[in-house]
Structures are given as C-alpha cells and as structure tokens.
Design a protein around this ligand. Structure first.
Ligand code: PEP
Ligand code: MG
Length: 871
C-alpha cells in the first residue's frame, strides 16, 4: 500500500489531519506525520530529519506520498528526500495538494489500493468538488496573502467589488526609500511578509493613481512602478491585519534590507550604477595602447559595463529560445488533454525545483543565485498569472500551457516597457521562468540553443538568467548583450562567474550573420566592445589578460606559505568566513585557518531555524577546506543589523545597543537555541581543532554563562555517548568599550581575544556602522580607537593572552603596520585580502612598526593616520 506523510509547521495540525484521515479511510493505511520543532515539537517549524523518519516509517515498494503545508515545509521535505536518496524501497512524491482536502482524497485512494500516481493525481484534484459545490469558477482558486485572491478594485473585475466592500480594511501608507523603488526584490519581500499572515492584502500607488491590486501577486506589486520616494497604500483585512501591517512597517523601516541612501547596483557592480550609464573608460587606454585618430583602427562600440574584466574571442551568436506550440494534430490534442491540471502540476514541480536550487545556492553561499531562484518562484507561482491564462484559454480556445505562455509574455512585455531599467530587466526573468515551465510540461516544444565548443564571446539580444547560470566559464571569454543592464540577473551571475560582460550594445541589424565568427575585444570595466581588432591589438590584449592572471596566481602561490614578518616572527593570517564559498576561496588564497566563522549567516534567512544536524553539517562543510588549521567559531551574533525573522524578536529602537550577541543567547527563552548551537559546535570539535568565541561581551557573567552552557551541552552529549572534547579553547570578541576597560579581568577567564574593530569603532566613536552620514567618524584608525586597541593588548598580555584582530581593520593595508606595532599577534581578514595582507606582512619588522604605532597613537586629529605618508 502507498504510504502517506503529512508535514505541517504545526504539530497539532499535522496530528489532527491524521486523526481526520483515520476517520475517513475505511482501512488502516500507513500514515505518519512530522511537524513542529523544539522541545515537544511545540514551536512552529519543520525539521528535515523528522520528515525523513516519517517517510522511512511508511516506506514501501508502492511508494510514499508527502503532503506539506507551505514555505519551508517544502524545503525541509526536499532536504529529507535528498538525505534518503537511494535508501528507500519505493519512490516518494511531494505534491503541492491542499493538506486537508488532498489528504482526504489521497487516504481514500490509498484505502482502495490505488498506485502512487493515482493517489497523487487525486490529491491534486481535491479542490474540484469543493469548487463546484460552492459554484465557484476554478479560476477563483489560488492564494493571495493568506486568503482568496482578490480582484483589482475599483478597476478590477465585476462581481468582486461587493466582496471588497464587505471586508473591513485597515489602510496604511508607507514611503518607499529603496534605491529602485518597489523593484523585484523588495516587492518579493513585501509579498512574502504579508503572506505570513492570515489576511487579504491589497496595494496601490496613489502617485500613479492606480487601482488596488493583489498584494499577494509579485507581478501586480512590481508593475505598480513605485519608484524611490513614492508612497504606497496598503490595506489588509482579516484577523491578523494589524500584525501584517506592523510587520510591513518593520520591513519598510529596515528599507527592505537594502542600505539606505545607497544604490544597490553599485553595491554589487563596480561598474554599475551611474558610472554604468556614462562609460568613460576607453578600451584602448585600458589595454595601454591608445591609438586615437587611427582611421584603420577597429570599430569601438560603447555599452554599459556589466561585469568587469577583459575578454577576447570570436563571436558566438546565441538566441533566446521560444517554444513552438503545435497548431494541429496529435501534439495539439495531447496538449489540450493535459489542460490546467497538467499546467498546475508543472508549476508545482518547477517551483519545487527552484526552491531546491535556492536552498542549495544558500547552503553553498551563493546568495545572489539563491535570491534569483526565489524571485523566479514568485514570478511563476502567481495566482494572477494563472487566472490570466484561464481567461486567454477561454477567449482564444488554445491549450492551457500556450495560454499561460502568452500571459507570461504579456507580463514580460509590460515589465520591458517600464521606465525603470531595474524593472525592465525583470521581463527577461519572467520569460525565463515561463520557458522553464513549458520545457517541463512539454519538453518537445523547446529546443535548447547550441553552446560554443571553443572559447568565444557570446552575443545575444538578451540572456536568460538560467542560460547564464549554465555557462561554463572556461568556454566563455565574455558576454555582449544588445539589451539588458548592469542590474539584470544575467549580469549578476556573470559577475559571480568572473565572466566580463558589456550590456546595451547597439549592433546593426543582421549582426547574427555579419558578426558570426568575427573577433571582439570586450572591456567589462569600461563598457566597450571592439570589433575586428588587429592581430597586433589581439596580441597585446592577450598579453594583458595573461599578465593579470599570472599576477593573481603568483600572489596566491606565495600565500600558500605561512606569513612571517621580516624580523622572522610568525604572524598567522586567518580568514573571516560566513559561507562555504568564502571558506573555499579563503583556503585557496592561503588562509592559515579561520579567525572568525560568522555562524549567524546559517540563520539569517532560515525558517525553520537550522537544527543540530544541519548546523553540524554546514559547519563541517565550511571548516573542511582548512584541514588541520584551527577554526574559531563565533557563537551566534544575532541582533544589530543581523536579523533572524524566524526568531520573531521584538523591535528595538537602537538594535545595536540592544539584545545582541551573547545577550540574546543567554536569555532564558533562547536556552534551547544556545544548547542546540553548542552541541553542534562541540560535536565538530571532536573531529577537528575548534575554538569557541563569544560575541558582544560586556560583562564577566556573560563569559561565565557561556562556560556553563558549554559544560551542560558537553555533559548531555557524553551522556548520549556522542564524542565531545573535555576542553575547547574559549575566547571573546573585544568589541564593546566595557570589554576594553575590563580586559584584565576578562583575560583571567579566557584563552584568547579577538578585537572586532567594526563594532569597537562604532561604540568608541558613537558612530553607527553602515550609516554613511557618520562614516568619516567611524574610522578604525582614529587615535581614540587605537588607544582602545593598545589597552586591550596591554591588559591581555599581562595574563599571557594573545590578541588578534578580526574586524575589517585587519585587512586594511594602511592599518596593518600599526596593528603589528601595537602588538597584535595575528589577523583574520576577508578571503580576498588574505594573499595581499600576507605579502605586506612579509615586508614588516615588529620594531619599526612600534615606532609607527606610537606616532599614530599620539595624533589628535581625526583622519591624521589616513593622511600620513609614512603609513
Ligand atoms: C567586528 O565587529 O569587528 C566583527 C568582526 O564582527 P561583525 O562585523 O560580524 O559584527
Ligand atoms: Mg561585531
């Protein structure tokens, strides 16, 4: 018999569904459930391990059907499947059917002895009877923010207006200050935030006099074209309307996670933003061979710099594929037969794949890729789009899949017609994800384009993000697009892959033929494309590319040896690591271990929070590249600017001065969180050299509290027969003025100290880090901060405790000699700074640096240590 597993965030709900199913099935059927986290499963959340056990409990050769509620339940179920791969007696299917109705339909079929495919199909169609019973058009199905999808009103469809009026709406206005207004990412966060509440939510842009649109539809929200500085009105109805609006208020106050006053393009693209639109770099100059006025010279076309670097190679024209829908015959009939159920199944499957992709990308530290996949989920899984497809199918009598494709094209075109280049770039995302759906439901309709076999420059009207993701960096010397921008997802991915790219390049009509095979030199910093460069020019560019590569390689080779000062003293350079990608890069760049592993990054976007096994696995992965080198794991530093929405922490007026780091970990209500975290770290410490570091210490009791926590976790592990070392070196971050003033006393309790100059600077100077208005004040080389560093070294050394620096100052070339002179004994820096810092240290004498440090300490003018030529 097929087995059935019910997964819900709520244990009570999962168990209640099982009770209901037992009531409806005539025979006893193999069922299990998983739900809730924490002690007694009382907290809301899901745990992949528990789901795995539930599946194993009902595993049989006939297979297992898994129904889950929403969001992270899907991710956890997918993770469970990954763990189980190849170990089960039969297949497992995760289906996006409604939990209660789908469960009932599945249980009935299982009781009848149906096979897995039939059980899954029945579960998927489980809403049909209810819809007809209520006399609803099936198009009325679909979720907005927690309820029925609502019409756009007053301009929306007839018939729904009345329903709107019956609801009791609460309306609020929010000012949008993100760099690009409500573009795809903030719009996605708005949809997700409201989607967490049981409300019906609508939004409008009064500045453009738009009607109300469904705030559960990413496309609808993004197409309101809300730009920076505009107000939006949001109204919610339902039990949790006020909570939803409060959560939205928090999101807006946090500027949707974007830096305030900045331009997020510039954050990700050195060549992006304003500079991108006014390319000033000249390719010839960049290559060191300007030849102005040379008529016989190559044609240079200017575009937008989208990904830095120089590229040289023959043109490979690439087309964005379009599906060829059949007009007649069996293929058309087959497509018609599948209808909307096949389409919705396909959407569910692609959404599942995208979640899986996002999860994998997050785990491997590819945050950009994860965000792109998450944005694609929202674009595809949009109830408005499905409804539009139904309308088009009815109107034109075409198959559901083709109607959906057309609806998606309309959305893509309306994005494309927008004024904001950021929103324009979302058109290609819509097209990409729709194409992926078509290829999933009817693979024969999409012919993938050919890819170059030799190293070439890809030239295309535009590139789909999915095409860019699959590029092999060693076959692609560069990318040129006629459309696109530095903000396109293709550009973000190209930057991640290190492939130079120039966007928005005007090429003459018929370029596909006239340019095929022609050589190009592209400059992704200056934003230029040089057509048919002379052999001499190609040679010089090749030389330049080779030289850059060799220099980077030489620096990296040299960095494999330990860092030793010119006076012969060893000075370890470790790395700051937050993701697997950081860890790999840092190890390849010669890091002598990890001086700061920022564990909170495992938690920031996670829901549910990672359990012990997940933390252990992630920490193991991140520390593995460092072999036998020591790894300093900092306990969770949540708070300040590092929010963990799943913890649902109260808002604070001054989060940097609030419940942050060790203060949060020692709150009685977070005892379980701390114990799980410590257990994972201690288990890793049984496998490799690990040190534990406490963040944000300002009281001696905090060190004692963590020591007690470690002892408790160690005892529990040993009682369970799990390996755990008797002693793990314990240290503190020195990042509060209190820690500096009490350094001698704290030094009695710990094995090492590391100065977090990022926070120490903000607290010493009372200048919030990340606030551009006070960034000049927040300089770690300010004499006042240096005095705090000197005092820390003095107090710690009295007790023989070594001091390291793990804030950004440790990788700052102007600061390194001063730190050596102040008596710092090692640094921990970002992955990309490891090799240059090692090279710099090799030229320094401790004694000479002491003189520099004394001079720096004596300065009384802010900025003096930045100007001094001696430094
Ligand atoms: C610091 O404050 O210097 C530090 C390294 O910690 P974080 O930047 O993670 O707060
Ligand atoms: Mg800090």
């Amino acid at each position: 018999m097929v087995g059935l597993v019910i997964v819900s965030h709520s244990r009570l709900l999962a168990e209640a569904v099982l009770v209901l199913l037992e009531g409806v099935s005539e025979r006893s059927i193999p069922m299990a459930c998983a739900g809730g986290t924490g002690e007694d499963h009382r907290e809301l959340g899901t745990d992949a391990m528990e789901i795995m056990e539930a599946i194993q409990a009902v595993d049989s050769p006939e297979g297992v059907l898994v129904l889950m509620d929403l969001g992270s339940a899907i991710l956890s179920a997918e993770t469970a499947l990954e763990f189980l791969e190849g170990s089960l007696a039969g297949p497992v299917r995760l289906v996006p059917a409604p939990l209660v109705e789908g469960g009932v339909a599945a249980a009935v079929q299982i009781g009848l002895g149906a096979d897995l495919a039939t059980v899954a199909a029945e579960a998927m169609d489980a809403l049909v009877p209810k819809e007809s019973q209520l006399g609803n058009d099936p198009a009325g199905r679909g979720g907005s923010s927690g309820g029925d999808r609502l019409s756009d009103s007053p301009s929306g469809e007839p018939g729904k207006h009345d329903q709107d009026q019956e609801l009791s709406w609460i309306t609020e206005t929010f000012r949008i200050e993100t760099a690009h207004g409500l573009h795809a990412r903030p719009a996605a966060r708005l949809v997700q935030t409201l989607g967490r509440f049981a409300v019906q939510a609508q939004i409008r842009n009064p500045g453009r006099a738009t009607g109300w649109v469904n705030a559960g539809s990413l496309n609808r929200v993004a197409t309101l074209q809300v730009t920076r500085g505009q107000d939006v009105e949001v109204r919610c109805a339902g039990e949790e309307a006020r909570q939803a609006l409060r959560a939205l208020e928090g999101l807006v106050a946090d500027n949707f996670g974007e830096p305030r006053g900045g331009d997020s393009d510039r954050d990700v693209s050195p060549g992006g933003g304003a500079a991108a639109r006014e390319p000033s770099g000249d390719l010839a100059a960049a290559a060191g061979s300007a030849s102005p006025g040379d008529d016989s010279g190559p044609v240079v076309i200017r575009g937008i710099p989208a990904s830095p670097g120089l590229g040289l190679g023959p043109v490979f024209p690439l087309v964005v594929p379009a599906p060829a829908f059949p007009r007649e015959g069996d293929a058309l009939e087959e497509l018609r037969e599948g209808g909307f159920p096949a389409l919705e199944r396909g959407i569910g499957e692609v959404v599942g794949e995208l979640h899986h992709q996002a999860h994998g990308a997050r785990r491997s530290g590819q945050k950009d890729l994860a965000e792109i996949a998450e944005a694609h989920v929202l674009l595809l899984d949009d109830p408005e789009l499905l409804e539009e497809a139904r309308r088009i199918a009815d109107l034109r009598g075409i198959p559901a899949l083709e109607a959906f494709w057309r609806a998606a094209q309309e959305v893509a075109e309306s994005y494309g017609a927008m004024e904001d280049p950021y929103l324009q770039a979302r058109g290609i995302d819509m097209r990409d994800v729709a194409l992926r759906l078509v290829a999933r439901v009817a693979p024969a309709l999409v012919v993938p384009p050919g890819m170059p076999t030799d190293r070439s420059i890809l030239v295309a009207d535009d590139l789909l993000p999915s095409q860019t993701m699959n590029l092999e960096a060693d076959r692609v010397a560069g990318i040129v697009t006629l459309g696109g921008s530095a903000s396109s997802h293709a550009a973000i991915i190209a930057r991640g892959l290190g492939i130079p790219m120039v966007a928005a390049v005007s090429l003459p009509a018929g370029w596909e033929q006239s340019l095929a095979g022609v050589s190009l030199v592209i400059d992704g910093d200056g934003g230029t494309v040089e057509v048919s460069p002379s052999p001499d020019r190609c040679h010089r560019v090749q030389e330049l590319i080779r030289r850059h590569r060799e220099e980077a390689e030489a620096l990296r080779r040299e960095a494999r040896a330990p860092a030793v000062l010119a006076c012969g003293e060893g000075f370890p350079v470790c790395a700051n690591v937050a993701t697997l990608a950081d860890a790999r890069l840092a190890a390849a760049n010669g890091a002598e271990g990890v001086g700061l592993l920022r564990t909170e990054f495992l938690f920031l976007g996670a829901s549910p929070l990672p359990g012990e096994e997940e933390q252990l696995a992630a920490l193991r992965d991140m520390t593995e590249p460092f072999g036998e080198h020591p790894v300093t794991i900092r306990l969770l530093d949540i708070g300040g600017d590092k929010e963990v929405p799943a913890l649902d922490l109260p808002q604070e007026a001054n989060p940097f001065l609030g419940v942050r780091g060790v203060r949060l970990l020692l709150e009685p209500r977070h005892k379980g969180l701390l114990q799980t975290h410590l257990r994972a770290i201690l288990r890793l410490a049984a496998e490799r050299p690990v040190k534990i570091m406490i963040p944000m210490v300002s009281l001696i009791e905090e060190i004692r509290g963590i020591q007690a926590g470690i002892a408790l976790a160690g005892e529990a592990l040993r009682a369970e027969g799990l390996a755990c070392p008797r002693r793990v070196p314990l240290g503190i971050m020195v990042e509060t003025p209190a820690a500096v003033f009490a350094v001698e006393r704290f030094a009695r309790l710990v094995d090492f100290m590391s100065i977090g100059t990022n926070d120490l600077t903000q607290y010493v100077m009372a200048a919030e880090r990340g606030n551009p208005a006070v960034s000049a004040l927040g300089d770690g080389l300010h004499p006042a901060v240096l005095v705090a560093l000197a005092e820390t070294v003095r107090g710690a050394n009295i007790r023989g405790i070594p001091v390291s620096v793990c804030g950004e100052l440790g990788g700052d070339p102007q600061a390194v000699p001063i730190l050596v002179g102040l008596g710092i004994q090692s640094v921990s820096v970002n992955a990309s700074s490891v090799a240059p810092v090692k090279r710099q240290l090799r030229g320094l004498h401790r004694d000479r640096c002491r003189g520099l440090a004394q001079e720096a300490l004596r300065q009384d003018v802010a900025g003096a240590n930045r100007r001094s030529p001696a430094l």
